[in-house]
Design a protein around this ligand. Structure first.
Ligand SMILES: Cc1cc2nc3c(=O)[nH]c(=O)nc-3n(C[C@H](O)[C@H](O)[C@H](O)COP(=O)(O)OP(=O)(O)OC[C@H]3O[C@@H](n4cnc5c(N)ncnc54)[C@H](O)[C@@H]3O)c2cc1C
Length: 391
């Protein structure tokens, strides 16, 4: 019979949201248990592109309503954490790029110029030319305009690995979750038959949250999934590129990030409009053909003839939104001891943690120094898609 555990905060779901929150709480002296049913970061987090948005992309379409949006502060908070000077010590985590770029292939340059002169982005965006261009765009045939956004790109597997270190002994591999009630009140969870009592319970289980809520007899907050069909390219001629390529529509035509594979080659991970809408309905072979055509038109000087190609279907999990608006803040709902939410972006993991920390402060929840944890079974690390699909 597994032992009964008491902890201050029990968290379910060890993606970036649960892991970041866990590290923040432990730093504040709280005892925590973080339960993961599959692998650390292996849900959406290690499948993300790692861009720490500051909101410039959304400002482009008038969707960023003002400085009050939490997203505007995320690049600064991540940079401080990466330097070891922020709310968490993420020194040693690999930054893939100090900046993300907006690139227009030519025709949109006029619109872009007036947009970048506007108040919304002044001071956050600079045009770059010549040898300041991202390596993949440094070719005499490149005709477009490129703007540098002060948004960094992080190597998500190394973020997850560092957050797992900061989790110490708090991680628990567990599949089967049931409510633990006393007098009708939720006082904890039973994880694979083991009782875990806690002052507060946080669900940060990404796409698994709806099922967890239903196991607890709840159907709110409602969740939505946004399906994506991403494309991966690996080859010896790839050069680093971290950029949104603008098309005529409201979304980037493609968003390319570049990731180091274990064999030393670069992998382009391609999202944006290509991965949404029609891209989701295409079979993998047709999606690869569409990506080959897009990249061939946009970057004809890059030889992709010997590249390896793959696609990855993955859903983004978010709180249910009205219409097509995308949230630019983390989301947290509360019901008694239960807190449930989604960061909605990797970049917003610090905002998600703030919301939980603020709720604990408001309710006067303090570290209670329960008995040390027994040795718990540990979840494995999530494996990046390119290592699985392009070995
Ligand atoms: C293709 C793609 C690209 C993206 N690019 C970016 C980007 O560049 N920048 C950005 O800011 N955001 C990006 N995002 C969004 C970002 O990845 C997510 O918002 C973020 O990773 C969500 O973190 P999370 O911890 O909530 O979820 P997840 O990483 O999905 O973690 C949830 C965890 O909960 C676990 N779990 C589920 N059910 C249970 C259960 N019953 N019991 C225990 N554990 C459970 C899962 O196994 C998983 O490990 C991207 C998303 C996708 C899909």
């Amino acid at each position: 019979m597994p032992s009964v555990i008491s902890t201050d905060i029990l968290i379910v779901g060890a993606g970036v949201a649960g892991l970041w929150l866990n590290a923040r709480l432990r730093r504040q002296g709280f005892s925590t248990v973080l339960v993961e049913s599959a692998s650390l970061g292996g849900g959406q987090s290690v499948k993300s592109q790692g861009i720490i948005h500051g909101g410039a992309k959304y400002a482009l379409h008038g969707a960023l309503t003002g400085a009050s949006e939490a997203i505007a502060d995320m690049p600064r908070r991540w940079r401080e954490a990466l330097k070891g000077e922020g709310e968490l010590d993420l020194s040693g985590v690999r930054m893939l790029s100090d900046a993300h770029y907006l690139w227009s292939p030519g025709t949109l340059a006029g619109n872009l110029t007036s947009f970048f002169a506007s108040k919304a982005v002044r001071g956050r965006v600079d045009q770059v030319k010549g040898d300041q261009l991202p390596p993949a765009l440094q070719d005499k045939r490149f005709k477009g305009k490129v703007y540098r956004l002060a948004e960094l790109v992080v190597d998500v597997p190394s973020v997850i690995a560092r957050l797992a270190e900061l989790a110490g002994d708090s991680l628990l591999a567990g599949q089967h979750i049931e409510p633990l009630r006393e007098g009708g009140e939720l006082i904890g969870l039973k994880v694979d038959g083991r009782e875990i009592r806690a002052q507060r319970i946080v669900l940060s289980a990404g796409g698994g949250t709806a099922d967890l809520l239903s196991a607890l007899g709840l159907d709110q907050p409602a969740m939505q999934r946004r399906p994506l069909h991403m494309v991966l390219v690996k080859g010896p001629s790839l050069k680093p590129l971290y950029a949104h390529c603008l098309g005529g529509g409201p979304k980037p035509r493609v968003t390319v990030t570049t990731h180091p594979a274990a064999d030393g080659q670069w992998v382009w991970y391609v999202g944006g409009d290509l991965a949404e809408g029609d891209g989701v309905t295409r079979e993998p072979a047709a999606q690869i053909a569409a990506a080959q055509k897009e990249l061939g038109q946009l970057l004809p000087w890059i030889d992709l003839s010997t590249a390896q190609w793959a696609t990855l279907r993955v859903d983004r999990a978010e709180p249910l939104q009205s219409g097509l608006t995308r949230p630019d803040n983390a989301f947290l709902a509360e019901q008694d001891r239960l807190l449930v939410g989604w960061p909605t972006k990797l970049a917003l993991a610090p905002d998600f943690a703030d919301r939980v920390v603020n709720a604990l402060q408001r309710d006067g929840i303090q570290p209670s120094h329960p008995a040390p944890l027994p040795d718990l079974p540990k979840p494995p690390m999530g494996v990046p898609a390119w290592e699985q699909l392009l070995p």
